[in-house]
Design a protein around this ligand. Structure first.
Ligand code: 7TS
Length: 406
């Protein structure tokens, strides 16, 4: 992969921040956008902005073709068997909430169990807490190994015939752990449970085949994969989605509306009430083209190299504590002695280096790690080893600045 050529596609990267060339190491929060995506949004708004599925006028037809064309691109990208299984949502959070509010409410009752892990993002915890409270189901946590991985024996133990839903992240946004979701889905299915995978941190970085994983639901966000904000995807198996009630009611999702009752459109529109996220979907389609042209395997290999290099360099720094397993996705979460991560991120920002600091929307995981917060450097296809060198220099500067805690 020619990283320089890739970087040329991202206008935002070519700027100075606080007098230094920007080093953007916060792609797990949101990725930057290539020219192709920016231009696609521009083309949409300048050329054929119009509502979809409604009129017969030319712009409306073009917008509908582009919107539905983007759905087909998503289908191919994750190897869903049909576009009926691809529902556009606002993001991962909305996708998971949709499953909890629809499938969860309809299929859970007292005595049933939902299994998640302590490493989940809040958006894969709270919807299950809420639906458990509403239905009387019990929320259970699969334990983690000391290095932040899942032992399949623990999965076999905690998933039982009482389990109705297993909801697990594919890649941890904090630890970088790559979870064995295919194997866990198999265990879930042996017990008649359905498996939801939070793919927010996997889809942007590795090739995903939902049929091979045999996930029943798979959720992800466009903005973390070079697409616009405000668009995401809920993949679901047709047999399950067909049985589920919509969560939002209104225009676009109906077939017939009578005074006291109505019927719904077929999949996937049944779950897309209201004017859909047209520009977002069209932009996501362009992001998928961009990522596919480069190749997900190339992207994964590049990030792997960066993560290995970052770990190697960072481990040499005295007072460095890195969290998570050795085998990891392209991110490094850490603390530097007793420097508060927010102070650390502020010093790095003064050097033009953007990292995330805080609890990363994973407070239960912070408690499991016995910290209140951490810093995180996350990598994507446009990052370089030179940028990691800049990070390491920045961390040395931080040490000098807060010398008294070392
Ligand atoms: N699941 C995981 C694993 C995530 O990392 C995130 C966002 C979400 C769900 C929610 O995605 P959204 O697009 O619906 O907001 N993670 C992060 C992060 O690590 N830093 O900022 C957002």
């Amino acid at each position: 992969m020619d990283v320089k050529a890739v970087r040329d596609e991202f206008p935002i990267l070519h700027q100075e921040v606080n007098g230094h060339p920007l080093v953007y190491l916060d792609s797990s929060a949101t990725s930057q956008k290539p020219v192709k995506v920016i231009e696609k949004l521009d083309e949409y708004y300048r050329g054929y902005n119009s509502n979809v599925h409604r009129g017969v006028h030319t712009l409306g037809t073009k917008a509908t073709d582009e919107y539905e064309g983007a759905r087909e691109k998503v289908r191919r990208f994750i190897n869903a068997s049909s576009t009926q299984e691809v529902i556009f949502t606002r993001g991962t959070t909305t996708a998971i909430n949709t499953v909890a509010a629809s499938y969860g409410r309809e299929n859970l009752s007292e005595g049933d169990e939902i299994v998640i892990t302590p490493m989940e993002h809040h958006s894969n915890i709270i919807p299950w807490q809420q639906v458990a409270k509403e239905t009387g189901a019990t929320l259970k946590y699969m334990p983690l190994q000391p290095d932040g991985t899942i032992d399949l024996n623990d999965a076999r133990e905690i998933i039982t015939d009482d389990t109705k839903i297993v909801a697990i992240m594919h890649v941890s946004n904090v630890l970088g752990t790559i979870n064995p979701v295919k194997e866990i889905a198999q265990i879930a299915h042996q017990h008649g449970a359905v498996m939801l995978v939070d793919g927010a941190q996997s889809v942007p970085h590795m090739s995903i085949d939902v049929q091979d994983l045999d996930a029943d639901f798979y959720a992800f966000s466009g903005h973390k994969m070079c697409g616009p904000t405000g668009i995401g995807v809920l993949y679901g198996k047709k047999s399950l989605l067909n049985e589920m009630e919509p969560v939002e009611y209104g225009g676009e999702m109906i077939d017939f509306v009578n005074l006291y009752d109505s019927t719904w459109k077929e999949l996937p529109w049944k779950f897309e009430g209201g004017t859909p996220i047209i520009a977002g979907a069209v932009g996501l389609g362009a992001a998928i083209d961009f990522l596919t042209d480069i190749g997900l395997d190339e992207i994964k290999a590049h990030e792997q190299k960066l993560a290995d290099y970052a770990m190697q360099q960072m481990e040499k720094i005295e007072g460095m504590q890195i969290y998570g397993p050795k085998e990891r996705a392209g991110l490094v979460t850490f603390n530097l002695s007793d420097v508060h991560p927010h102070d650390l991120a502020t010093v790095l920002d003064a050097e033009g280096i953007a990292v995330r600091a805080g609890h990363h929307c994973a407070q239960p995981l912070m408690r499991w790690l016995e910290v209140s917060a951490t810093a995180r450097a996350s990598f994507y296809l446009y990052n370089t080893e030179e940028e990691i060198d800049r990070l390491v220099e920045g961390l040395q500067t931080t040490k000098e600045y807060f010398g008294d805690v070392f």
